[in-house]
Design a binder for this molecule. Structure first.
Ligand code: ZN
Length: 356
């Protein structure tokens, strides 16, 4: 049957014709310098009707893994064969991105500032623009974060607890672990929930860093979800067989003393209660103190900086059924990605320590 061609997609006064992709620049506010600031969005408007989805990176300005994932998605998507519309936002918090900071220059956290206010603070204005131009048009959002500076997160999807639909989409995404957790007030997830917009949050990798496992898991996950929604052709699932692990309970493990850390476990490793995670020693290597797993589970995050104060969080562990099976699947995913051809992409990636 012949399908009607959709109407042009209008955003921020700009019209995107069906079957085309455009860069759209949405005005945010005037900076201290007097220059105007803009939110950059790549809009893929399909030649056939379908859902409207957004994918956003760097809501926390130093969590740049989403920027890399969006750049890969731009290479993968074709508006001619797309059903529906995809809005890609490589950098949501442009102000923090410039200064390599999680926050905005007004010291606020964008992800605690939703829904925002047109006459509000800088964060409030940006949140308002993001909400009114992006979130309010979409039926599904995928928001991409990383761990903080000097921390690494195993790629994991976080969703609101108790939603069958979100669980279905999260399982399709195919990250190693799916964690159900309550939404935080002022966050994008809280706003989306209030507005009836489905929302997946991907946590992956380390702040100010790119890593292949996070980029590949994020890119293929978004494409699998778009395929599941019928927006693109189904994507071949090259991940090892088996479903993502599910967890409703996670626990942080802190250092019992200040000193220098020698890790025995890392993100993706299965652990049993009582397993040695790390040893923390003094400056001369003296008085080693073992740090042990408090529960059975899988390590979903760890500190990458081996210099710690007493009380610093060293590991994040998710309680899962069959940690050994989950660990083996993650190892398989990692190997599949490391053995695949990086397509020359790695050469163009930013590594902060190499940039003067
Ligand atoms: Zn974040």
């Amino acid at each position: 049957m012949h399908q009607p061609q959709p109407a042009p997609f209008t955003i921020a006064g700009q019209s995107v014709a069906p079957g085309t992709a455009e860069n759209v620049s949405i005005p945010i506010t005037t900076m201290v310098t007097g220059y105007n600031s803009h939110l950059a969005v790549r809009v893929f408007h399909g030649s056939k009707p379908g859902p409207i989805v957004f994918v956003s990176g760097a809501i926390h300005g130093d969590e740049i893994i989403g920027t890399a994932i969006v750049q890969r998605l731009i290479q993968e998507l074709d508006p001619q064969s797309l059903s529906g519309t995809v809005m890609l936002i490589p950098v949501s918090n442009i102000f923090g991105f410039i200064s390599h900071s999680r926050y905005l220059p007004d010291r606020r956290d964008l992800n605690r500032s939703f829904p925002g206010f047109a006459n509000g603070s800088l964060a409030g204005q940006l949140a308002h623009v993001f909400f009114s131009e992006i979130v309010s048009r979409a039926s599904l959002g995928i928001d991409i974060h990383s761990a903080a500076v000097h921390r690494y997160n195993l790629p994991q999807i976080r969703i609101d607890a108790g939603s069958e639909r979100l669980t279905e989409l999260a399982m399709v995404f195919g990250a190693p672990v799916v964690i159900e957790s309550p939404v935080r007030e002022g966050s994008l997830r809280a706003l989306a929930k209030a507005e009836g917009v489905e929302m997946l949050l991907l946590e992956a990798g380390e702040a100010l860093r790119f890593d292949d496992f996070s980029m590949e898991t994020g890119t293929s996950g978004v494409l699998r979800v778009l395929g599941h929604l019928g927006m693109i052709d189904a994507v071949e699932n090259t991940a090892p067989k088996g479903s993502p692990a599910r967890s409703k309970k996670t626990q942080w493990v802190r250092s019992a003393r200040g000193g220098v850390v020698h890790n025995s476990k890392t993100s993706g490793d299965p652990v049993q209660e009582g397993d040695l995670l790390a040893t923390v020693v003094g400056l001369f290597g003296e008085e080693p103190e073992g740090i042990y797993a408090p529960i059975d589970g899988i390590v979903i995050g760890h500190a990458t900086l081996p210099v710690v104060h007493q009380g610093d969080a060293l590991f994040h562990i998710a309680s899962v059924a069959n940690p050994e099976r989950v660990g083996a699947r993650i190892e398989g995913m990692n190997e599949a990605i490391l053995s695949s051809d990086p397509e020359g992409f790695a050469e163009t990636l930013l590594d902060e320590d190499e940039v003067i």
